[in-house]
Design a protein around this ligand. Structure first.
Ligand code: PRX
Length: 656
């Protein structure tokens, strides 16, 4: 590990609009600075205050116990996550407010009020109890984007079972391994899901693998597509048959602050997935606070986060965050391009969605599909946009701001991780000016910094390693069943300083804004300079013909290493069916473009055009596979999280 050189030049800056700031939770930089200064001086006191926003069955005694690298927050207290997400609204005017508005892919719509949500969650919680699920048991959830998926999480939380959501797009093997690793006793799933216009089997497709999970005693199957589904007598039951007769009253377990709320396996682009363990009170505290402040949540908002419940975003900012704040959350079941690539814009228009939160990979896909699609719809209900999951390249940021936000919506670029549980770095939209490509400043009470390998703060614009210097409430508590991995992955690089290492490279500019340069594992070394892949990729994507790019290094006799860029071209440019000569000319054009945009040092030695890049199911480019391919011609290691094997196969064939 050493310093990382930064080459990205981006100087655009956007002040919050007055009309937005006027009614937002933090409306000025002065108010923001005051809050952050006090919180950073004493993060423990700051989070103590935020924790009091939760409903406690017994107040906590101690705010923080920190025995590096193990942490406990709000000990001595007792509470329940489902009570905090649902019950607290039942005695207020929000009781009959829509908690969830859901649209199925075929176009069916359901609206579920907080009262109705409470009834459904309680019945499901009673069902779990009736099947013998107890406090402390692990329950797997393998479902599509239906309201019952959020209800499933809340029902587990209500009885003190620990949920383990496995993304519905994962294979049977990936599901089996995650159920076995977590020793799940029960699985909540469904017959099928709608995807791109057709019902596709869920339980049926993985059924055989369930026989290889010895701890699994019960499987509850929700009917969604009515397709034929194998049911094992004595283990599998239909959801409606078990749930419908249950009572709608269900006493919530009274749980310790540090009771395990959920395990979530990281979809990490490197190595074997880790079961990230989150507990109750700290997680809820920071998720509730960040949801309210970062999205500047107002009572009348309709909030749409496109993340699947299989990811941390689907836990923190589809389920717990919005519901704890009494928001109306919009859920969509299907593919973003069904029936066409304007499905999201159409739904924003029809449901009058006001906050929209998605990932850069999706934004680039929308850009690629063309500007005419958002233009077909009235997007004026939107007042705030969000981005998460990867560095957003300035080009995509500008497109998002103009074509989706109509130039009036602030964009919150939110940096965080499965491990951090909640947003850590993001602008407060009414106060902090934004710059395309940066998540801006840490949240109050989050001591994020960019340091060199000795743990010393880097100077402005010097690239280094992103660390968190003080524990935060929603941090992971362990890697499930593997404490050694917890210590090695996050706390061994800066043991002396007691810092958490995020694994990301970053720089801070002179305003203190944090620019993520990509995973440190992906850093490329060119003639002695260590460059973050995000910057080179960002320069490539800024070219009008480029849709997406992934940059890796391969060994080179002369230079030590050479840069290889994998590039996908915009659809409209592909239609012209370019000849070999034209493609070669485009390669030269792109190489020169990068040299001009960010400097000759970053000029790719090799450009390869491809239809698709290998990505994780959550949309992150798996550069490790590309690196292995250009280095050894082979790919090894875990590919269970790969979205589309054919993309990799095709690249491999091109290689040969
Ligand atoms: O590299 C950072 C990138 O995604 C990683 C975390 O991935 P995951 O655990 O799957 O969680 C994604 C959803 C929170 C980070 O280490 N990342 C996430 N958000 C951003 C980001 N990189 C740059 N900017 C972001 N806003």
């Amino acid at each position: 590990m050493s310093e990382i050189s930064s080459i990205l030049k981006e100087s655009r800056k956007f002040e919050p609009k007055k009309e937005f700031s006027k009614s937002s939770h933090i409306g000025s930089m002065a108010a923001y600075n005051k809050l952050r200064k006090a919180a950073d001086k004493n993060p423990t006191a700051f989070w103590n205050k935020q924790a009091k926003e939760l409903q406690w069955q017994k107040p906590f005694k101690k705010t923080l116990e920190w025995k590096f690298p193990f942490v406990k927050w709000f000990t001595g207290g007792k509470l329940n996550a489902a009570v905090n997400a649902v019950d607290i609204h039942l005695t207020t005017g929000r009781r009959n407010k829509a908690a969830i508005i859901w649209e199925g892919e075929p176009g069916d719509v359901r609206t579920i009020t907080y009262q109705q949500l409470s009834i459904e969650v309680n019945k499901l919680a009673n069902s779990l109890r009736s099947m013998g699920v107890k406090k402390g048991d692990v329950v797997g959830i393998y479902m599509g984007m239906v309201p019952e998926a959020s209800m499933a999480m809340l029902a587990c939380a209500r009885i003190g079972a620990t949920h383990n959501v496995i993304f519905g797009g994962f294979s049977g093997e990936a599901l089996r391994d995650r159920l076995n690793d977590s020793k799940a006793v029960c699985l909540l799933t469904q017959d099928g899901v709608y995807r791109r216009g057709v019902p596709s089997s869920l339980k049926g497709a993985i059924d055989e693998k369930l026989d290889e999970v010895p701890t699994l005693k019960n499987v509850l199957v929700l009917k969604r597509t009515n397709q034929e589904t194998p049911m094992l007598e004595g283990r599998d039951q239909w959801w409606h048959e078990v749930v419908n007769p249950q009572s709608s009253e269900c006493k919530a377990e009274v749980l310790d602050s540090e009771h395990p709320l959920f395990i979530l396996y990281t979809s990490g682009s490197t190595g074997k997935p880790k079961g990230i363990l989150h507990t109750t009170a700290g997680y809820l505290t920071q998720v509730k606070y960040s949801m309210r402040m970062v999205f500047d949540l107002q009572e009348s908002d309709i909030y749409f986060c496109t993340a699947d419940i299989g990811w941390i975003t689907g836990h923190s900012y589809v389920t717990y965050g919005p519901l704890m704040n009494g928001a109306t959350v919009f859920l969509y079941e299907g593919a973003p391009n069904f029936p066409a690539f304007d499905r999201f814009w159409d739904m924003i228009d029809r449901h009058k969605i006001s906050i929209f939160y998605t990932a850069p990979t999706a934004i680039r896909a929308f850009m690629r599909a063309g500007d005419h699609l958002p233009k077909k719809h009235n997007l004026s209900s939107l007042r705030l946009l969000g981005s998460v999951g990867e560095p957003i390249n300035p080009e995509a940021w500008m497109w998002y701001q103009k074509h989706i936000g109509g130039g009036k919506c602030p964009i919150v670029d939110t940096w965080w991780q499965t491990e951090t549980g909640a947003i850590m770095v993001s602008p407060m939209p009414g106060a902090v000016p934004t710059k395309p490509g940066t998540a801006t400043l840490p949240l109050p009470g989050i001591l994020a910094d960019v340091v060199n390998k000795d743990g010393k703060s880097c100077k402005a614009n010097e690239g280094g390693l992103l660390v968190i210097k003080h524990p935060w409430p929603s941090m992971l508590r362990n890697v499930f069943g593997n404490t050694e991995r917890y210590i090695n992955a996050y706390f061994s690089d800066f043991k002396k300083q007691k810092y958490y290492f995020t694994g990301d490279g970053a720089r801070k500019d002179k305003d203190g804004y944090i620019w993520i340069m990509g995973r440190v594992d992906d850093v490329v070394n060119v003639s002695g300079h260590r460059l973050g892949t995000a910057e080179v990729e960002s320069a490539l994507v800024a070219h009008p013909k480029v849709a997406e790019a992934a940059v890796v290094a391969r060994p080179d006799d002369l230079k030590g290493s050479a840069l290889v860029a994998f590039v996908t071209i915009n659809i409209k440019d592909l239609l012209s069916n370019p000849t070999h000569l034209e493609l070669e000319a485009l390669k030269t054009e792109l190489k020169n473009w990068v040299a001009k945009e960010i400097g000759p040092i970053a000029k790719p030695d090799d450009i390869r055009f491809t239809d698709a890049l290998p990505k994780t199911r959550s949309g992150k480019i798996m550069r490790r596979l590309l690196r292995e391919m250009v280095t050894t011609g082979k790919t090894t290691g875990d590919t269970s999280t790969l979205e589309d094997f054919s993309a990799l196969e095709k690249l491999r064939a091109d290689e040969e």
